[in-house]
Design a protein around this ligand. Structure first.
Ligand SMILES: [Zn+2]
Length: 456
């Protein structure tokens, strides 16, 4: 088959995130099939057949952002219904609503979540295994062209969240068969991992065997630990992170989500075992978790722990843009410490791109714009008020811009968003369908929360 080539031509700035962190002014990128074939000031293409030329004038070009923790499957149908003061009833209601979803409904809500993420510049997502009808949702992943890490969320203890309680062996078998069936699917864009839910609801022996399984199958694993709410209520308990060492659930293929309230001892354990962390500042701030004082981002970075960004679910962060997590990581530590040298914009952008790729063990493939890497590319339109005036593209991207200016997105060498429009879905039709799903779900589950202001 003939090679397919896309030329991005004359970009105002290409923020490569390569080893030297070069920013190329007036640069071009040549994409050949699924990979980057050249990144330079000028690229000689006179001998090459180019299938598509994208004029990147007035564009800032970055690697696709990486969201290392984001439940994509259910939140869009009822996003924004929960009042701030719902407390512990919040998650119970989330899972009750999700439990009632049909496979078709979950397919459509997943499709809308991915549409939002791609439209605002996120090209790789970790969905931590909470998709119920994942076989059908594979069609949404294929349709959108997104790069995705997912799995089957397992627990082996009774829980208040209606999560399926597996026996030890069932949990292992379910995980193994999912990984065997799907890892490397969708032309390599899908990675299947082991996904125990959290140490509260997954016993040590199962954690231990899931880790052994992921080692054996050479895949990653992730679990929730110490999110904002738990830290506030159970901060005095024995450290669940230190307990993970006892079960062997640490190491270079383990990515822990949240990790609010880490102690020095826990940071040392993460560093010595090479365990990665995904931090979701959007979730912590909305839940009153005190991000700046309770998430020791500078200490983790100082200890060379791999850290990436996530956003958690569209119903507890409410926003899914990796860009917003990047902004919060950059400003909240400054705010808490009073030290403006903390988490400079360059580091924030690293967290959203190359550091996120490292945290997921995918940095040989994604996270920077370099020859040989996968062509996951985002083009920001700078002819917009929030981007002006433009002198320092990193400052502007982290502190001034957001996903609204994402004009064109390429994943794995395929254009998926072009001139602001997703080319894989009728967005308006999809939005109306998801609104109807939400209305029906709330009605049939008899879930509603009075709003404080009268809707007349
Ligand atoms: Zn989560």
């Amino acid at each position: 088959m003939a090679d397919k080539r896309i030329l991005l031509h004359n970009a105002t700035y290409i923020i490569t995130m390569d080893g030297e962190r070069r920013i190329i002014k007036d640069g071009s990128i040549l994409v050949e099939n699924d990979r980057i074939a050249a990144v330079d000031k000028t690229i000689n293409t006179s001998q090459l057949e180019i299938n598509k030329v994208i004029n990147a004038k007035d564009m800032v070009v970055t690697p696709g952002f990486i969201n290392g923790h984001c439940h994509i499957s259910y939140a869009h149908a009822t996003r924004g219904i929960f009042p701030d003061d719902l407390g512990n009833d919040y998650l119970v209601n989330v899972f009750r609503l999700q439990d009632s979803m049909s496979s078709k409904e979950e397919f459509l809500t997943s499709l809308l979540a991915i549409t939002e993420l791609l439209s605002y510049g996120t090209t790789t997502i970790v969905d931590p295994g909470s998709t119920k009808h994942v076989d059908l949702c594979m069609e949404a992943y294929e349709q959108t062209g997104v790069r995705l890490i997912t799995g089957i969320q397992v627990t082996d203890r009774e829980n208040p969240y209606r999560m399926n309680v597996y026996s030890h062996d069932e949990a292992l078998q379910t995980t193994e068969s999912f990984i065997t069936q799907y890892n490397g699917a969708l032309e390599g864009k899908l990675h299947a991992w082991a996904m125990p839910f959290s140490p509260e609801y997954v016993g040590g022996p199962l954690l231990k065997d899931l880790k052994l399984l992921s080692d054996q199958l050479e895949v990653g694993s992730t679990l929730h630990i110490n999110n904002a709410g738990r830290f506030k209520s159970d901060g005095s308990k024995e450290s669940p992170i230190l307990a993970l060492e006892e079960y062997g659930f640490v190491g270079s293929n383990v990515t822990l989500a949240h990790c609010v309230g880490l102690s020095d001892k826990e940071i040392a354990l993460l560093a010595s075992t090479g365990t990665a962390v995904i931090t979701c500042p959007t979730n912590v701030v909305k839940n009153g978790g005190g991000y700046g004082k309770n998430f020791p981002l500078p200490d983790l970075l100082e200890a060379n722990v791999r850290v990436g960004l996530g956003t958690d679910a569209g119903n507890n962060s409410n926003l899914l843009e990796t860009n917003r997590s990047m902004y919060l990581a950059a400003v909240l530590i400054k705010d808490a410490t009073g030290d403006t040298t903390q988490i400079p914009p360059e580091k924030a952008l690293e967290l959203a791109t190359i550091d996120g790729a490292k945290a997921l063990g995918l940095d040989s493939e994604i996270g920077s714009l370099e020859v040989g890497k996968k062509a996951d590319i985002v083009m920001y339109d700078t002819l917009r008020p929030e981007w002006q005036s433009l002198f320092n593209p990193v400052n502007s991207l982290v502190y001034s811009a957001d996903g609204r200016s994402v004009k064109t997105v390429i994943v794995d060498g395929n254009v998926v968003i072009e001139d602001y429009v997703p080319n894989f879905v009728d967005t308006e039709k999809l939005i109306r369908e998801v609104q109807d799903i939400g209305t029906d779900m709330m009605k049939r589950n008899e879930v509603s929360f009075p709003q404080k202001w009268p809707i007349v």
